[in-house]
Structure formats: structure tokens, C-alpha cells
Design a protein around this ligand. Structure first.
Ligand code: ATP
Ligand code: MG
Length: 340
């Protein structure tokens, strides 16, 4: 079975973007893939985190994975820092990746903001660690939201350069002509880039200071209804065809969210809701969001009441991941010329 790796940062409240762009995909893919789903705590500390809060959020994301339907018995759910190979391979890749490549990364520019001199070195090197996360397991494919597309291209560049730089040694040690296969990005579904409810030009993010910009997985029904009601829109009714959403980012976003939650395409949503005013469509959307999210939030509450269970899942997931990771690192060290 093809192997999948993906991660979510324990940086705050999980939201509809994480759910539709990543977690629902994880659930679907587990049926015919071998999956490794990682709570990427080493990525989280690229920006300041409260230590106790980080522990809590790591368990929270784990609970969300399980509550959303990922089976922790068949697949590995673990936190990144428990498997030392991520950091070790990232260092080796720091010496493969070029400064010029990282200088082009838009996520760094957005997250570092104006005070770039004061951003952590880790935030800059984030995409290299992400390449290590993926290549450590020689993953075939990586389900992510659209915002991670550039980082996946960088991962493929790092794999290609490693294969080229060490081609002779790879042939000598393994008999093959490439060590890393190039992982495929899986950016699928109607909601690969869910936008902020307050600003149709900004992606919905855990780190957005405005809680009204996102719907959290754990929001209650009234909160969801209130946020949807206040979501920015334009004054026109919904179009009946997808082409009619061009130039209407807020309308496009709400239709995409509806489609993602309903398991439909945007065209199907517009076939049933085209011509509706936003007041009516927003009502249908918040009902649907509550219907989908309430059972997940309830299950998360139940799971969080048993931190021993959550920690056991993370521990056994890390053991399985580590066995694969160690094999890769042994090969990589031999290829690079690191004794041991
Ligand atoms: P942060 O603001 O701390 O970066 P985030 O909301 O971007 O948090 P991540 O943990 O960085 O969440 O990303 C986890 C997964 O969710 C990734 O696959 C990412 O592409 C996806 N994702 C994040 N935001 C969105 C979004 N708005 N729409 C669709 N997918 C998203
Ligand atoms: Mg992010």
C-alpha cells in the first residue's frame, strides 16, 4: 500500500480549514494507504509557545485526529519530537537545501512579517524540517492544503538534489540510482484553501488573532451560527453556476465550505442554492457545520478526559514511526559518510 505522511501543528484551535483541507482527507486516505499522521510540535516552536499550552494542544490535535475518524490502531499517530530522526535528517537537509530556495518561501515572509531580523532561524528553516518529515518515511504522497504546495515543491527539490549530489555513493551503497522517491502532493477537494470569514483574501489560520475569522472544530452551535451570520459577503444573491463566483471571494469561500462539509462539488451546491440570498444560505451553512462538527467536538471532549489513552496512542505511534525512521537514517548516514 502506498505510504502517506502528513502533519498538523499544535499551535492553537483547529479550524474548518484544517478539517476540510487536511483532516477529512486523512480519514478518507486511511482506507487504502499506510498512514503516518504527525502532530508537528517541532514546527510549532518556530514561533513562541507557552510550554504547558503546547502540551495541551498536542493532546488536543491528537484527540481531533481520532475524533474525526482516524484509526490509531491501523495507522501511526505520533508527535514529531518523539522520533529523533526528524531533527537529525533536517540537519543533513539544511546542508543540501540552498539559501536561495528558502528565500523564495512565501510562508516565511508572511509569518515573519515586517520584523524579519527578529524571526527565529527555525521559522526560516521550517520547510527543510518539513522535507525531513516526509522523506524520513519515504512517503509516496502528502495530503495538504493549498498553502503547503510551495513547501512540497521544495521537498521534491531537496530529494532531487540529494539523489544527484550523492549519486555515485547511492549506487555503491544501495545499487539503485536514486535514494529518495519524489513525494506527490495531494491537494484535493472543493476546500483546499478555506479563507478567513472576515477577509476573503486571507487564509483561515489557527494563528489569526481574530477568533471570528475562523470556525473552530470545538465551537458550539451558537458560536458557529454567530460567526457564519457575521461572515463577510457581498450584497448579491448566489449565482447558479461556478463561473458566477469569479471576483466574489467571500461568496466563493462560503460555497466551498458548504461543498466540503456536504461532500459535494461547488457546482452541486449552486444547483441547489443558486438564487438564494446570503441570509438563507448562511442559515443552511451553519446548520450543516453544526451537524458535522458537533459529534467531533463531543468525541474530543470524551477523549481529552482520558489523557492516559491519548499519550498511549502517541507513544505507540512513535514506536512504529521510529522503526521506519531509523532505517532511513542508517541509509542516509552511510550515503553521506557519517560513521555510526
Ligand atoms: P498556523 O497558522 O499555526 O500555521 P494553520 O491553520 O496554517 O496554523 P497548520 O498546522 O499549519 O495549520 O496546517 C495543517 C494542515 O492544514 C496543512 O495541511 C495545511 O495545508 C492545512 N490548512 C491550514 N489552513 C488551511 C486552510 N485555510 N484551508 C485549507 N487547508 C488548510
Ligand atoms: Mg500553517
Amino acid at each position: 500500500r502506498p505510504r502517506i505522511l502528513s502533519g498538523v501543528q499544535p499551535t492553537g484551535n483547529l479550524h474548518l480549514g484544517n478539517y476540510l483541507g487536511a483532516i477529512t482527507r486523512f480519514v478518507t486516505l486511511q482506507e487504502d494507504h499506510e498512514c503516518l499522521y504527525c502532530v508537528v510540535d517541532l514546527h510549532a516552536i518556530t514561533v513562541p509557545q507557552d510550554p504547558a499550552g503546547l502540551e495541551a494542544t498536542t493532546r488536543e490535535v491528537t484527540a481531533a485526529f481520532i475524533a474525526a475518524g482516524i484509526d490509531p490502531v491501523r495507522h501511526a499517530i505520533f508527535n514529531q519530537s518523539r522520533v529523533p530522526g526528524h531533527a537529525e535528517l533536517a540537519w543533513i537537509f539544511n546542508c543540501v537545501a540552498r539559501l536561495g530556495w528558502l528565500n523564495r518561501m512565501t510562508q516565511f515572509k508572511e509569518k515573519a512579517g515586517k520584523d524579519r531580523e527578529n524571526a527565529s532561524v527555525g521559522l526560516y528553516a521550517y520547510p527543510v524540517l518539513m522535507a525531513a518529515d516526509i522523506l524520513l518515511y519515504r512517503a509516496d504522497a502528502v495530503p495538504v492544503g493549498d498553502d503547503q504546495k510551495q513547501h512540497l515543491e521544495l521537498t521534491r527539490d531537496i530529494a532531487t538534489k540529494f539523489n544527484n549530489d550523492f549519486a555515485a555513493r547511492i549506487a555503491e551503497k544501495t545499487g539503485g540510482d536514486a535514494y529518495f522517491k519524489l513525494p506527490e502532493p495531494l491537494i484535493q477537494g472543493p476546500a483546499t484553501r478555506v479563507m478567513s470569514l472576515r477577509d476573503g483574501a486571507k487564509k483561515m489560520s489557527k494563528s489569526d488573532p481574530s477568533d471570528n475569522s475562523r470556525i473552530n472544530l470545538t465551537d458550539d452551535a451558537d458560536t458557529i451560527a454567530g460567526k457564519v451570520r457575521r461572515a463577510k459577503t457581498d450584497p448579491d444573491a448566489l449565482p447558479s453556476e461556478v463561473e458566477g463566483l469569479a471576483g466574489r471571494p467571500e461568496a466563493d469561500n462560503l460555497v466551498a465550505i458548504f461543498a466540503g462539509l456536504a461532500g459535494q462539488t461547488k457546482a452541486e451546491v449552486l444547483r441547489s442554492h443558486g438564487g438564494s440570498q446570503f441570509s438563507a444560505f448562511k442559515g443552511a451553512l451553519s446548520d450543516l457545520a453544526v451537524e458535522r462538527l458537533a459529534p467531533i467536538a463531543a468525541e474530543m471532549r470524551r477523549l481529552k478526559a482520558d489523557p492516559g489513552y491519548i499519550d498511549g496512542v502517541l507513544r505507540s505511534g512513535a514506536e512504529r514511526a521510529d522503526a521506519i525512521a531509523q532505517a532511513t537514517l542508517r541509509d542516509v548516514k552511510a550515503i553521506v559518510g557519517l560513521l555510526g
